[in-house]
Design a protein around this ligand. Sequence first.
Ligand SMILES: NC(=O)CC[C@H](N)C(=O)O
Length: 306
Amino acid sequence: MTAVDIPGLLADIATEVEPEIGRGTVADYIPALARVDIRRFGMAVANLDGSVHGVGDWREPFSIQSVSKAFTLALVLSRPDGDRVWRRVGREPSGNPFNSLVQLEYENGIPRNPFINAGALVVTDELGHDGDAAEALLAFLRAESGSDAVSVDAEIAASEAEHANRNLALGYLMASYGNMRQELPDVVEQYIRQCSITMNCAQLARAGLFLARHGVRNDGNRLLTRSQAKRVNAVMLTCGAYDAAGEFAFRVGLPGKSGVGGGILAVVPGRCAIAVWSPGLDARGNSVAGVAALDRFTTVTGWSVF
Ligand SMILES: NC(=O)CC[C@H](N)C(=O)O
């Protein structure tokens, strides 16, 4: 396929995934997320020049949740001493649920990868050691999306804070192995605010473009080296959909990061960034209609990393 009619393709995809919309369940362990309408579906494609095409509810803000983990990892790695994070977190798929405690004890408090909750807490700890990690992330997302409307949803953050026992448990378990630099619960509090950031598909796709541009931000400055961008994309591919990362690679064939708000950011290196949102989740916490839409997108365009 040479020239792809993106608006036409997005319209086709929205029609084709219609039977999938509403399937699954909304995340209910964070009560504020459980109130979201499961019938929502939006998708946006941001081109390398920053132009965006969208379909459906692509302008409606949603909670990015764990999609934030791709950005916090990139921000940590962009620092001069960023690579030291790899002493504290691995980069292998966990094959376990994103909030699992079991493996963390077997592996002496070193999380498998930065995209499960324990690993993201380590990344937040690194990012926040000389400032507030959530504020750093917010500033970056506002700059890249070109919108100051990107903000922390205080209601979702409060709801998540009230139900944070498992993330606190992960944090304290890591602290018991000496793998927390900052105090708890501060790290969990910053992590929760990162997850509670709301964006729409257009903003999220634009914010992900630096990963499609091999590390170059929307203003032309470089956030990551080409090699670092490759690495973030590689970890997204292998670990971005938790214990369904293999299935995601099989169906979509792109680096992707999902969140329990129903959002997924996917990257076509050298071409575009795609954000899709639909709140109905499968048993592993990935958007049912979102994965189906990305599956369709790469199947029709042939734009995958394989
Ligand atoms: N997978 C997710 O999106 C999980 C993020 C959520 N904030 C949590 O910590 O449980």
